[in-house]
Design a protein around this ligand. Structure first.
Ligand code: SAM
Length: 272
């Protein structure tokens, strides 16, 4: 019997997120520097992609497990860890909504930068993150913010206006960028509101080439944008989508020679 398709997994295996992740390495490293990582700290990176945050954490001496739903990204992460000689960094497939096989209280720090926000069942995600964190440990999430004027929130907003409405019951990943939702989800998982804090932070994308080339990378390799273009093509609106996104990328770019685009996100810290 065929296993039923998991649309969430299919979305992220569809493209090649490593092509976008390559433009995010500097901010990934800078973020990890702020996390107080010490030698031997047990870190779980959820929705880790190919290791933008997992590798820098391992370089600081942490013992890192990266978990991601996309097999191609897990493979890319393991390849990158080997290339960097990081025996203390490994990647495996798994779903943030159900971390079966990972022990209760097994990690000092659970990190999820633009990762777990994309998993279905947000209340289950919060519960699982709390379950695998040891008392005295921390959870740190990076979440894009709905209606924020910067790049990623706008890409997702524009893309959704070209795609068919999601199935009933679908909870938008962007709801993780709303403080009251985050507090409610962690409270339901047993971490009270006073243990949850929020900071607005910035992630900067660096692409070697013009903004139109960066957009091309999203069109070719980033699952949500690929889907938006497929739907727009069917509706004869691909040129409109291209124009809207090109305007966005050009207007957000701060570099004259290449592409440098800062994007605002919500950094969430939960003390367990
Ligand atoms: C925008 S990428 C971010 C990747 C990485 N954290 C980074 O900063 O480069 C989103 C990641 O979340 C992963 N993801 C989506 N849904 C997931 C789920 N249910 N469980 C685990 N990972 C998931 C995707 O496969 C993808 O690698």
């Amino acid at each position: 019997m065929d296993t039923p398709t998991n649309p969430n997994k299919a979305l992220w295996e569809k493209g090649d997120f490593t092509q976008i992740a390559d433009t995010m390495r500097e901010s990934g490293e800078a973020l990890v520097q702020k996390l107080g990582i010490t030698r031997g700290l047990k870190v779980l990176d959820l929705g880790c992609g190919d290791g933008t945050t997992a590798l820098p954490a391992a370089k600081l001496g942490a013992d890192v497990l990266g978990v991601d739903v996309a097999r191609n990204l897990v493979e890319a992460g393991n390849r990158r860890a080997a290339e960097h000689g990081l025996a203390n960094c490994r990647f495996q497939e798994g779903d943030a909504s159900n971390l079966q096989g990972l022990p209760d209280r097994g990690f000092d720090l659970v990190v999820s930068i633009f990762g777990a926000m994309f998993a279905p069942k947000p209340f289950d995600v919060a519960k699982e993150m709390v379950r695998v964190t040891r008392p005295g440990g921390r959870i740190v999430m990076g979440n894009w913010i709905p209606n924020d004027p910067t790049l990623v929130a706008q890409i997702l907003r524009i893309s959704s206006s070209y795609t068919p409405p999601p199935p009933e019951g679908f909870v938008s990943p962007m709801t993780w960028g709303v403080e009251s939702n985050v507090t409610e989800r962690f409270a339901a998982a047993g971490a009270p509101a006073e243990n949850v804090s929020f900071v607005r932070d910035t992630f900067t994308f660096h692409f070697r080439g013009a903004p139109s080339g960066f957009l091309e990378a999203f069109r070719k390799y980033y699952g949500p944008t690929m889907n938006a273009f497929e739907a727009a093509e069917k509706a004869g609106r691909a040129a409109d989508l291209q124009r809207e996104l090109e305007d966005l990328f050009v207007s957000q770019n701060l570099s004259k020679e290449n592409t440098r685009i800062p994007a605002t996100f919500l950094r969430v810290t939960v003390a367990i």
